[in-house]
Ligand binder design. Structure first.
Ligand code: PMP
Length: 416
């Protein structure tokens, strides 16, 4: 068989990959940076940084408005980025890709627009889970103003897995939407998302998937999942901040009214009445994050050089290594032990506050997250104020994990 250029994938080699990320070469507090907070945001390869610099240096103009070369060229690059996203998640059409600021804005868009469409009545129910990020809780609470959408919450087991029997029993005639996280940012659990979608669809209920943590870890195919909505953030897949994606099925997006009004989303405006543009522009009021979209396109190109399975397998190897090494530490407990897990590890150490752990290891240049990770309900579920969290990407190494372990041993000694 003859491979096309796109089929020939670059062999994954962690040391080569690290050279693509200039920040990994820097020092923090006199030590080499050990960046283990990838669930919060990922670092950017030089190709993404170059795409942003190139755009602002040579190509900057506003899009969709000018008939001159630069404006048309900027428009072409912005729309080309949309096509890259469409291919990346296997949407049917580029008009199903709405550029937003990130996962948070994507979910707010859906909640606000569906409420305005009167898709929800007061007292209708949205099913979420106990492991949702605040971005998939608060928008539903505020969408209706004083009229309330009720949240029904799928409980989780002690290991951090969804209770699917409980999920099924929550569905009733008031259930209007299931809105669920694909991978938990605080537990690492990979939810059985296809099963969740199938159960909802058997009752004709649409499903929104918060893919913020899933999209960096493995290939997502929205058609295979039959997702009605899929939301993610560019900055978590090695792209810029301030750009993200809402994917929605055409028939749903067509039915939904605009989220924001302004320039670029209209066809005609009078003081009496406005008519709106087609998808996707109906949902992109005002000057969008043009450079951000182009940078996201560059991040997708970067990822597409590799076989995503190679990256995923390597991250799983790191996850297993880190889990085993962390458990060597006396008094350390991992929070979230689902069978299907991504490379996100929350932990606590007896008698030591997570903030102390984070602050002390930072003195050796080791960056982990400490706190509630914008998932306060899951902290309440485990009766914890906070956890420490190491989240690994394909540019991390076993030797960085070893440095984390040395750092944690130092913390233990200080508190002994
Ligand atoms: N959902 C999940 C699961 C997340 O991890 C995050 C980011 N921590 C968000 C939503 C919100 O993403 P953003 O802040 O990029 O909008």
């Amino acid at each position: 068989m003859i491979n096309t250029i796109q089929d020939v994938k670059k062999k994954f080699d962690v040391e080569d990959v690290r050279k693509d990320f200039p920040i990994l070469q820097r020092a923090v507090n006199g030590s080499e940076l050990v960046y283990l907070d990838n669930a919060a945001t990922t670092q950017k390869p030089q190709a993404v940084i170059d795409a942003l610099t190139h755009y602002y240096t040579y190509d900057n103009a506003n899009i969709h408005r000018g008939l001159y070369f630069l404006s048309e060229f900027a428009t072409e690059q912005y729309e080309n980025a949309r096509l890259k996203v469409k291919e990346f998640i296997n949407a049917i059409s580029a008009s199903e890709i709405i550029f937003v600021r990130g996962t948070t804005e994507a979910i707010n868009l859906v909640a606000t627009s569906l409420w305005r469409e009167k898709y929800f009545n007061e007292g209708d129910e949205v099913i979420i889970s106990n492991m949702e990020h605040h971005a998939n809780i608060v928008p539903w609470q505020i969408a209706g103003g004083r009229k309330k959408i009720n949240l029904k919450v799928i409980p989780i087991t002690d290991d951090g897995e969804l209770d699917l029997n409980a999920y099924e029993s929550l569905i009733n005639e008031k259930t209007k939407l299931v809105s669920i996280v694909h991978i938990s940012n605080s537990l690492g659990t990979i939810n059985p998302i296809k099963k969740i979608v199938d159960i909802a669809h058997s009752k004709k209920i649409p499903v929104l998937i918060d893919g913020a943590q899933a999209i960096p870890h493995f290939k997502v195919d929205v058609q295979e999942l039959d997702a009605d909505f899929y939301a993610f953030s560019g900055h978590k897949i090695f792209g810029p901040t301030g750009i993200g994606v809402l994917y929605g099925k055409t028939e749903l997006l067509e039915m939904m009214p605009p989220y924001q009004g302004g320039g670029d989303m209209i066809r005609t405006v009078t003081f009496e009445k406005t008519t709106f543009d087609d998808l996707p522009r109906k949902f992109e009021a005002g000057t969008p994050n043009i450079a951000g979209a182009i940078g996201l396109g560059a991040a997708i190109d970067y990822l597409n050089q590799f076989d995503r399975n190679d990256l995923c397998n390597y991250e799983n190897e790191l996850l297993n290594y880190a889990t085993a090494r962390l458990l060597e530490i006396d008094g350390l407990k991992i929070i979230g032990n689902a069978k299907e897990k991504a490379s996100v590890i929350s932990f606590v150490i007896d008698g030591i506050h997570p903030y102390d752990i984070g602050t002390i290891i930072d003195t050796d240049g080791i960056a982990i997250r400490t706190g509630h990770h914008c998932t306060q309900p899951i902290m309440n579920r485990y009766n914890l104020p906070a956890t420490a969290r190491a989240s690994l990407s394909f540019y991390n190494t076993k030797s960085e994990i070893d440095k984390l372990i040395v750092g944690l041993q130092k913390v233990k000694k200080m508190f002994a």
